[in-house]
Ligand binder design. Structure first.
Ligand SMILES: [Zn+2]
Length: 147
């Protein structure tokens, strides 16, 4: 499936958003090894219970048996819908740092990698070895000797 087709699916999905509170309708589509799955944001009167379009699409895909996210498209007429941190973390569970994320809205369109948008996903792999070496040899590295 072409990225443009994935974007069309996300655009179509945005029409199914339930967004009576924000008025911001977002659609997403995730491309997996089992095909593509659309989703739209679903808001709630208790605002914090709202679920973003990206997570709706990912959860549908996983429920359908997919386990590998290859690309994600996100579309909105209302905003430039950069995925939030929660959605990026969920995408990182099934994607790779090179997973393509196409964001389009309000006449703008840009392609990112997951690594660009979420360089340090949870749980991470501990302190970066190079950074640690630059600081000396760990926790005690900077301590001056008394004398
Ligand atoms: Zn989100």
């Amino acid at each position: 499936m072409l990225l443009e087709d994935l974007l069309l699916m996300a655009r179509e999905a945005s029409r199914r958003a339930y967004a009576p509170y924000s008025g911001i309708r977002v659609g997403a589509a995730v491309l997996t090894e089992k095909g593509a799955f659309p989703g739209a944001n679903v808001e709630n009167a208790s605002y914090g219970l709202t679920v973003c379009a990206e997570r709706v699409a990912v959860f549908k895909a996983i429920y359908a048996g997919a386990r590998e996210i290859r690309a994600v498209a996100v579309y909105s007429d209302d905003v430039f819908p950069l995925p939030c941190g929660a959605c990026l973390q969920v995408i990182s569970e099934f994607g790779s740092p090179e997973t393509t994320i196409l964001v389009a809205g309000r006449g703008l369109s840009r392609t990112f990698t997951l690594r660009e948008l979420l360089p340090h996903p949870f749980p991470g792999e501990g302190p970066d070895q190079e950074a640690q070496e630059e600081q000396g040899d760990g926790v005690d590295g900077g301590r001056e000797e008394e004398g």
